[in-house]
Design a protein around this ligand. Structure first.
Ligand code: P6P
Length: 359
């Protein structure tokens, strides 16, 4: 079972360094760039590469946001004709999003290569500047893209690691197959009623909402914490009879009076991982994508869906397991491997783990 109590200990801010939405530079709010530069000023030993990387991701996200917002208006919907490594029809927006993130990072100074749900294998940038970069990134460039046509929130998920290969050499597959605990940063962009970028490092997690009037992500959710308890559970009930007895027992518990916090819980599941997990992160709750009899490893990808969210949840005080062990401790074997995924508020995760232990 998941090592209860094991979670990432955030490095504490000195009081005058704690991020706040109110910015001392007589401005209303900090933009993403100002925030990352403020972080740089607070930690002089930093090289600025991570700040550059996050700014690059923010830029690509703004370009993707424009297309997502008009997806219903132009013929950008519909299948691009190709089929991705997952065997799913690729929609044009998936391809566009992948190219935006890969493009800004390839031409930036902070990333040596990427892995992506949309790429069969890793993309090694292999040029003199990129080979000097400290970091590599993994992306699900547009998760939940099946929801594009019906205007449901979708998202980008990203994960950042320090390379373990030799600086100056091209990155390699081993750089991408590190356990999630070695992530330097992880985050997501949710293209919803507003567009928001959330990213976590070991210094905490912060949310930035896109202000269209200035075209900048602005700090709107400083120092995000996941409530230790909640009343929202998110799971695809359609697979109920394919779940294990422990999962069935827990789902049954969610629908009954609960001496701990009243219960029954509310079921919320829109089939878009970024939207479901963002809601549960902010409000408290639990998200489950268990293995089934048909798909024992479940559907979600370890490297670029589960690891980033597990990192974010743990930084925010939550937990994430595969039902047996901590997601961040899993040693990946291949780029696109799947894992059962349970993540959310610690008290709800405790309940789930007890049900799975008992059954
Ligand atoms: P199901 C979207 O396709 C996705 O990868 C995640 O965003 C989402 O949580 C999950 O699949 C939904 O899968 O099988 O419940 O439709």
């Amino acid at each position: 079972m998941g090592q209860t109590g094991t979670t990432i200990e955030c490095i504490k801010f000195a009081d005058d360094c704690k991020p706040t939405a109110m910015n001392p530079i007589n401005r209303k709010v900090l933009t993403l760039d100002e925030f990352t530069i403020q972080q740089l000023r607070n930690f002089p030993q930093a090289t600025g590469e991570l700040s550059n990387l996050l700014r690059d991701i923010g830029l690509a996200a703004k370009r993707v946001n424009v297309e997502v917002n008009k997806a219903g208006l132009v013929d950008i919907l519909g299948d691009a004709g190709s089929v991705n490594v997952q065997g799913e029809d690729v929609k044009k927006l998936d391809v566009f999003a992948n190219n935006q993130f890969m493009g800004v990072l390839r031409h930036g100074i902070s990333c040596a290569g990427i892995a992506s749900e949309e790429l069969d294998d890793i993309a090694i940038f292999d040029d003199e500047i990129s080979n000097q970069s400290k970091y590599i990134c993994l992306f699900d460039p547009l998760d939940g893209s099946g929801n594009i046509d019906v205007n449901i929130s979708i998202g980008t998920i990203f994960s950042v690691y320090r390379r373990i290969g030799t600086k100056g050499e091209p990155c390699s597959r081993e750089d991408f197959l590190q356990p999630g605990i070695r992530q330097i940063a992880a985050g997501y962009i949710i293209y919803g009623s507003s567009t928001m970028m959330v990213y976590a490092t070991r210094r905490g997690a912060n949310g930035f909402t896109l202000d269209p009037s200035i075209g900048e992500f602005t700090l709107s959710h400083p120092d995000i914490k996941c409530p230790s308890d909640g009343k929202i559970y998110s799971v695809n009930h359609g697979n109920f009879f394919q779940y294990g007895d422990g999962e069935k027992k827990y789902i049954d518990t969610c629908q009954k009076k609960n001496k701990r916090n009243g219960g029954p819980y509310t079921q919320r599941y829109i089939g878009s991982m970024v939207a479901d997990l963002h809601r549960n992160l902010i409000k408290g709750g639990i998200f489950m994508y268990p293995g089934t009899t048909e798909k024992p490893r479940g559907k979600l990808r370890l490297l670029y869906e589960c690891n980033p969210f597990a990192f974010i949840l743990e930084v925010c005080g939550g937990r994430a397991t595969d039902g047996k062990e901590r997601i961040l401790d899993i040693i990946p074997q291949e780029l696109h491997e799947r894992t059962p995924f349970f993540a959310g508020s610690t008290l709800m995760m405790d309940e789930l783990e007890q049900c799975m232990k008992d059954h």
